[in-house]
Design a protein around this ligand. Structure first.
Ligand code: ATP
Length: 241
């Protein structure tokens, strides 16, 4: 589904953030990407979804392939239309618009103005959003905003979703609820998911494999079962040390 080989990324202020990163996400797989603040996780997602040129960054060496196509230079709207959706950190919802209008705008962006939004594709997973369809999105709770952000991606019939810190700022119970739904979306829709998280416990609950990023490189990778047994992961990521 997604393969990244030896990726190097720098911002125009000359900070090199990714220094030869290699990773892959298979069909129908949930892959967790963990790493300390500043390791380059968000930068990697922006490189994949084509956002770097909009944010003063650029890909140097390396290759990114999505469904066997080289996408190093593909713009974000084309990738989104091909089924590669990025749910950005901070949720990025239009707070002045209603829930439904946010879903309509996502539909227009993804499929053009004649398209009929498939609200049920979203409400099937997030029934709470249906109850709030006409409400201004700015009044939603943090958990509901995250649901709406994922809902906007779902409306694009995704093949791969890049999820940046969906647990950020949410109470543990809401995190569990949202992660259960992410797992259902993965299983029922055969959507692959690349999940960037600080909350390793939550990520490992739904991921199949994981990568640890340090200083712009992968320093450890493996199945979630193997990563859970690693003493460093237990100490630094799972709070067990
Ligand atoms: P966090 O969990 O804190 O978001 P991260 O692993 O996602 O961390 P990135 O956001 O990718 O890390 O940031 C990696 C490095 O790149 C940091 O040193 C950051 O300051 C720098 N950086 C990020 N965005 C830009 C930008 N637009 N211009 C210049 N430098 C940037």
């Amino acid at each position: 589904m997604l393969t990244i080989e030896n990726l190097e990324v720098a911002y125009f202020n000359a900070i090199q953030v990714l220094k030869g990163l290699t990773l892959s996400v298979d069909d129908s797989e949930v892959v967790a990407l963990l790493g300390a603040n500043g390791a380059g996780k968000t930068t990697l997602l922006k490189a994949v979804s084509g956002l770097l040129p909009l944010e003063n960054g650029a890909i140097g060496e390396g290759r990114i392939r999505f469904q066997d196509q080289l996408i190093n230079k593909t713009p974000p709207h084309e990738l989104a239309r091909a089924g590669l959706l990025h749910v950005r950190e901070g949720r990025r919802i239009f707070t002045e618009m209603s829930v439904e209008e946010n879903l309509i705008s996502a539909t227009y962006a993804l499929t053009g103005r004649d398209a009929q939004p498939d609200f049920e594709a979203v409400y099937n997973y997030f029934p709470q959003l249906k109850d709030r369809a006409r409400q201004t999105a700015g009044l939603l709770s943090g958990g509901e905003l995250q649901m709406l952000a994922i809902g906007r991606a779902l409306i694009g019939q995704p093949r791969l979703i890049l999820l940046d810190e969906p647990s950020l700022g949410l109470a543990p119970k809401i995190v569990d609820e949202i992660f259960d739904i992410i797992a259902r979306i993965n299983q029922e829709q055969n959507v692959s998911i690349l999940l960037v998280e600080q909350n390793a416990n939550a990520a490992f609950r739904i991921a199949h494999r994981g990568y640890i990023l340090e200083g712009g490189k992968v320093v450890l990778e493996g199945s979630v079962a193997d990563l859970r047994r690693n003493p460093d992961i237990q100490t630094f990521y799972l709070g067990l040390g």
